[in-house]
Design a protein. Structure first.
Length: 202
């Protein structure tokens, strides 16, 4: 017997006019520690947002402009290994071995949300400081054609190769052949300016 799907409250669900009950489910408890941008970047320890000044509990990658533009948000995701999509990769379509992030923007171009692809017709989103949900397509959270609000429209897709963390350990060498240990060589101490000892200024 299939387990029942968990859903948002009716009031929260109404915030997203394209979201159908049979096309999504809640996958977490409510958590205000992280937001949608952090969630799409696989981070759950802080909000990601480009505030002008450093603020406790809010993160933004070093070297990325602290401005609310789609390009700045794309640059933030690029620090996590994402890149711009080639023309044949663009859009929400699933490509085996890769995962995508969709960046949303309001009518004025301001970034409003990010969703991460987790499989074929599977996306995950953190709804502000509400719950995480799994849904079928980015447009589930977009604004409705009749003008009812959502997160606007998808403005950019980024892509990266899926990071494998389950690589099988290498088998030990079972050969019975004897190996001769190499002769020891002199170990040179690194010079004061070598990468081994150089410490960048803070």
């Amino acid at each position: 017997m299939d387990r029942p799907r968990r859903h948002l409250s009716d009031k929260r669900e109404a915030r997203f006019p394209n979201l159908r009950k049979d096309a999504y489910e809640v996958t977490s408890i409510e958590d205000g520690l992280y937001n949608c941008i952090a969630h799409a970047a696989d981070k759950k320890d802080s909000w990601w947002w480009p505030l002008e000044e450093d603020t406790e509990g809010v993160f933004w990658p070093d070297g990325v402009d602290r401005v609310e533009t789609v390009e700045a948000f794309a640059a933030a995701f690029c620090t996590e290994g994402y890149r711009q999509c080639e023309p044949f990769e663009d859009g929400p379509g699933f490509i085996e071995g890769f995962e995508k992030v969709a960046i949303f923007a309001n009518a004025d171009g301001t970034p409003s949300h990010a969703a991460k692809q987790t499989g074929d017709r599977k996306w995950t989103s953190k709804l502000g400081d509400w719950e995480d949900i799994e849904h079928g397509a980015p447009e589930d959270l977009g604004s409705h054609a009749d003008g009812r609000p959502g997160y606007g429209k998808t403005a950019k897709y980024l892509i990266r190769e899926i990071r494998r963390t389950d690589a099988a350990p290498q088998e030990p060498d079972q050969s019975t052949e004897k190996h001769t240990a190499p002769e020891p060589t002199e170990v040179k101490q690194p010079s004061p300016t070598s990468p081994a000892t150089f410490q960048p200024l803070n």
